[in-house]
Design a protein around this ligand. Structure first.
Ligand code: NAI
Length: 467
C-alpha cells in the first residue's frame, strides 16, 4: 500500500504522545500510517505540558543552586531572573525535540497530515480541508484541554491555565494556584522558587489527592517552609479585578487574597468535541471521554482510542503504553493490557514525588494486612552530599500469616531526583517481587537509590540502617 494514497493501514487522529507513539510503533511493524495533527506533532506534552513545565522547574532548580552556592564555599553575586531568557531556552529545548520527532516520523514514512480530523464512521476520516482518507484501523488520540471553573474566565493575562503560564516571558510577583494536583504543585513550586508569592487553594482535604500521605507530608512541609500558603478544603467562589491591576480571589469562609495572576489547574477534559460524525458507533461517556475496553477498542470495530481522550491516567507515558496495546491488537499479536493500578507516577515539584502501586491507605482499604517501612533521605549519604535531605522512601508489602513481608504492593518516594529513582520500585511492584528477593540486589554506595534498598532490606526484618 502506498503511504501517499488515501488509504492507510492505520489512521491516527492526533499527534501527541498517544498518537505519535501509535504512528512510530505501527510504522516499525511495517504498517502504513497517517497521523492527522492540527498543530504540531508532540501535542500537549511537548508543547504545552510535561516538557516545558519540567524545563521551567529546572530553571527553578538552577536558581536554587546558585542561591545555595555560598554553603559550598562558592561566592556569587545575588542571582537575578530574566524570564524571557528562560522562555527562550525552554522554546529551544521544545523546538529541538519537535524537529527530532518530526524527522523521525518522516524517516519511518509516516504521513503527517496538517488539519483537524473527524471520524465519520466506516473507517473514513475527514480532514478540515475537506479531504477524506480511509484506514483499515482508526486510532483516536485527540488528547485533552485544560478545564476551567465558573467565575474564572481564562483571559491569558490575569486568569491563566497551564497553556498560558508556559508562554510567559515575565513572571507575576504573586499568584493564586487553584487546584493542588500535579500541575498546581509543579507551578506553585516553580513560581515560589523564582521568588513569586504563591497561594494554593485546594478543594479536597489534602494537596496531591491520591498520593500517599507520608509523601504528601514531605511536600506540604517543604511548601510551608518556603512560604507557599496552602489552603485545603476550601471552595473558591470567584474573583474581583483590582482597579490598579491584578485581582482579588475569594475563597473559603469570606477569605480573600490579592494577587497579580491566577493559575487554574483543576484537571483536564477530553478533547472530543467535534471529533465524531453522526454515523459512528463510537461511544462517549457523560464527561466526554471515549469509552474503551482494556485493549483500547471503542464500541465500533476497528476503531481504538488512547491517551487523554480516554478515562485513564492522563500521563504521556500511559499514552505511549496504550498506543502499543492498540497497535499490537491491530496486528493480532498477543497483548497484555495496561495495569492501571501499577503505573508509574512522577510529579516534578520540589521535592519531587514518584510512586507506583497501592498507597498504604488504599492497600488497607483493599483488604490487605500490610507491613510498611520508611527511610528518610536525611540519613542518606548522597542526599547529605548534595544538600537535599527533605524526603522519604516508603515501601508497602503484604503481611503474610507468619508476619513476614510478602509481595511488594507499593513504592512511594518524595525527595531529590526520585522521578529518576522510581524504576526499580516500579519493577518490584509490577513483578510482584518480595523484599527477600529484591533485597539481594546490591545498591551502589553512595547513591540516593540506596534508600530504596535500605527500605526493602528493613522489610525482611533485618535492616542495616533502617529498623
Ligand atoms: P489533577 O486532577 O491532578 O488535580 C486537580 C486538583 O484540583 C485536584 O486536587 C482537585 O481536587 C482540585 N480542584 C478541582 N476543582 C477545584 C476547585 N474548584 N477549587 C479548588 N480545587 C479544585 O489535575 P491537574 O493538576 O490539572 O493535572 C491534569 C492532568 O495532568 C492530571 O491527570 C495529572 O495527573 C496530569 N499531569 C501529571 C503530571 C505529572 O505526573 N507530573 C504533571 C502535570 C499534569
Amino acid at each position: 500500500m502506498s503511504p501517499t494514497s488515501d488509504f492507510f493501514d492505520v489512521v491516527v487522529i492526533g499527534g501527541g504522545p498517544g498518537g505519535y507513539a501509535a504512528g512510530l510503533y505501527g510504522a516499525s511493524a511495517g504498517l502504513s500510517v497517517a497521523v492527522i495533527e492540527k498543530d504540531k506533532v508532540g501535542g500537549t506534552c511537548l508543547h504545552r505540558g510535561c516538557v516545558p513545565a519540567k524545563e521551567f522547574l529546572e530553571t527553578a532548580a538552577v536558581y536554587r543552586s546558585v542561591n545555595g552556592a555560598a554553603e559550598f564555599g562558592i561566592s556569587t553575586s545575588e542571582p537575578k531572573i530574566d524570564f524571557s531568557v528562560s522562555q527562550n531556552r525552554k522554546q529551544k529545548v521544545v523546538d529541538q525535540l519537535w524537529k527530532g520527532l518530526s524527522g523521525l516520523m518522516k524517516s519511518r514514512k509516516i504521513e503527517t497530515i496538517e488539519g483537524t480530523g473527524k471520524y465519520l464512521g466506516n473507517g473514513r476520516v475527514q480532514i478540515s480541508d475537506g479531504r477524506i482518507i480511509e484506514g483499515e484501523s482508526i486510532i483516536l488520540a485527540s488528547g485533552s484541554v485544560p478545564r476551567s471553573i465558573p467565575g474564572f474566565e481564562v483571559d491569558g493575562k490575569i486568569v491563566m491555565t497551564s497553556d498560558e503560564v508556559l508562554s510567559l516571558t515575565s513572571l507575576p510577583s504573586s499568584v493564586v494556584v487553584i487546584g493542588g494536583g500535579a500541575i498546581g504543585c509543579e507551578f506553585a513550586s516553580m513560581m515560589s522558587d523564582l521568588e513569586a508569592q504563591v497561594t494554593v487553594l485546594e478543594a479536597l482535604p489534602q494537596i496531591l489527592p491520591g498520593v500517599d500521605k507520608d509523601v504528601v507530608d514531605v511536600v506540604a512541609k517543604s511548601f510551608r517552609r518556603r512560604g507557599i500558603a496552602v489552603h485545603t478544603g476550601v471552595a473558591v467562589s470567584g474573583h474581583t479585578p483590582n482597579p490598579g491591576g491584578g485581582t482579588t480571589v475569594h475563597f473559603g469562609d469570606n477569605q480573600s487574597v490579592s494577587v497579580d495572576a491566577v493559575i487554574v489547574s483543576v484537571g483536564r477534559r477530553p478533547n472530543s468535541d467535534g471529533l465524531l460524525g453522526e454515523e459512528t458507533f463510537v461511544e462517549v461517556d457523560q464527561r466526554g471521554f471515549v469509552k474503551v475496553d482494556p485493549y483500547m477498542r471503542t464500541s465500533e470495530q476497528g476503531v481504538y482510542a488512547i491517551g487523554d481522550l480516554v478515562a485513564t491516567a492522563q500521563l504521556a507515558h500511559i499514552g505511549f503504553a496504550e498506543a502499543i496495546v492498540a497497535i499490537k491488537h491491530i496486528l493480532s499479536e498477543p497483548v497484555v493490557p495496561v495495569d492501571y493500578s501499577k503505573v508509574p507516577w512522577c510529579i516534578y515539584c520540589h521535592p519531587e514525588v514518584a510512586f507506583a502501586g497501592f498507597t498504604e491507605e488504599a492497600a488497607r482499604a483493599a483488604g490487605y494486612d500490610v507491613i510498611v517501612k520508611k527511610d528518610p533521605f536525611g540519613g542518606n549519604s548522597r542526599a547529605r552530599i548534595v544538600g537535599e535531605t527533605d524526603g522519604v522512601v516508603k515501601v508497602i508489602a503484604e503481611k503474610m500469616p507468619d508476619g513476614s513481608a510478602g509481595k511488594i504492593l507499593g513504592v512511594h518516594m518524595a525527595g531529590p531526583w526520585v522521578t529518576e529513582q522510581l524504576g526499580q520500585g516500579y519493577l518490584a511492584v509490577n513483578w510482584e517481587a518480595t523484599p527477600d528477593e529484591v533485597s539481594q540486589f546490591i545498591q551502589p554506595h553512595p547513591t540516593l537509590s540506596e534508600a530504596f534498598g535500605e527500605t526493602v532490606l528493613a522489610l525482611t526484618g533485618r535492616g542495616l540502617h533502617v529498623g
